[in-house]
Design a protein around this ligand. Structure first.
Ligand SMILES: [Zn+2]
Length: 81
């Protein structure tokens, strides 16, 4: 069961919190639901307006265009510690 704050950032359950502890920018993967650190992803391509990386959890290509509203599907959600 997912809970979202008023600004759309999901609350973390205890297991997620343990996983995300120590990460600089924990995010939840929207492909598989895994948690990874946006601060340590390996960026594979960098454009003027976005970066592309391979998600460490499931190997999908993800980018940050969803954050600026470029596309309706966001590849990840920031989570709050
Ligand atoms: Zn994933």
């Amino acid at each position: 069961m997912e809970y979202f704050t008023i600004d759309g950032i999901p609350y973390m359950d205890a297991g997620t919190r343990r996983t995300a502890e120590g990460m600089s920018t924990p995010v939840r993967c929207n492909f598989c639901g895994g948690i990874y650190d946006l601060g340590t992803v390996h960026v594979t391509q960098r454009y003027a307006d976005c970066s592309v990386w391979k998600t460490p959890c499931c190997g999908h290509n993800a980018d940050d265009r969803g954050e600026s509203g470029w596309k309706s599907f966001k590849d990840y959600e920031r989570i709050r510690l």
